[in-house]
Write a new protein. Sequence first.
Length: 367
Amino acid sequence: MKRHLILKLLAVNLAVIGFVIIVVWLSIDTLAAGYFVTLMEKYHISPGPAHAMFVGAVHRYLLWACLAAVILAVVLSFVMMRRILAPLTRMTVVTREIAAGNFAERVPVGTQDEVGQLAQAFNRMASSLEKIENLRRTLMIDVAHELRTPLTNIRGYLEALTDGVLPPSASTFVLLQDETMRLVQLVEDVLQLARADAAHGSLNVEPIDLSAAIDTAIETFLPRFKRKSVVVKRHVPQGPVTVPADRARIARILRNLTDNAARYTPQNGTVDIRIELGAEQVRVDFSNDGNELIATDLPYLFERFFRGEKSRSRQHGGAGIGLAIVKELVEAHGGTVGADLTDGRVRIWFALPLDPPRIHEKISSQL
């Protein structure tokens, strides 16, 4: 590629130089030489030998100038193309490295011109690809780890039943059904996470009432709250709280947060759901009783497949994907998420801008 571009640039330069030389040559032969003959005749000097000497000298100097211009063009073309093509050549090498799976390679940025800006954009793209690849690898490892436990348990139960070690009973089949449902739930969670990743730049934005959406989420999990005698308190402004967002994605956010509260709030506990309406954003808080989460867990709460040590107990279930889905969907709306722990209560919140998020594409898929 480098050699081809140098040859093309050199050919263009030589063509321009040749055109200029031809124009100058013809101008001298017609205009300057004619003017010289007229001048000689005015002073009664024979123009023949002088004219030939003048034209020959001019042509000689013109040829030397042509040679110097060609040499200069070659040198400048080589220097300029080396300067321009150095990052492009490096970019080609880095592209091959990335294609081979080495996502840590970057292009050095030496200038701030168009080529330097291209190198910077390329490095940003490489960083994004590296992040995506790391997430993919982490997801594959986490999914494999989460699948291993229920599959191992199912295999153990089936081998025990086959060998006669464990007699067939209703309780055994219930255990097998529970492990199967864990697998089904894990697959559903991974599917929802993939859809949450795809939500960036693909939201169907419309005005929705957050207060009504919260009521719907509470009603969905109300039987679970009642079984644990959990009291749910709403603290919302009077009237509708309208925000521009994707209705299906907001419903998924609220369902995941309500499910998280129902899952980890202890018996006879309390869940508080609060809406705070500001000038530029609206914030929704979910706070609940519970001492299973520790302060050191907070920075990792929204990471995929993260669960605090105590919350890994089989009684709670879940794969640790729900809050990661919340984070992806909220950030797709241009919002933020957070969590804190105060006086034994866990508070998880998200904030959405009141201005519509910038979306370039709409999709109709439902979460």
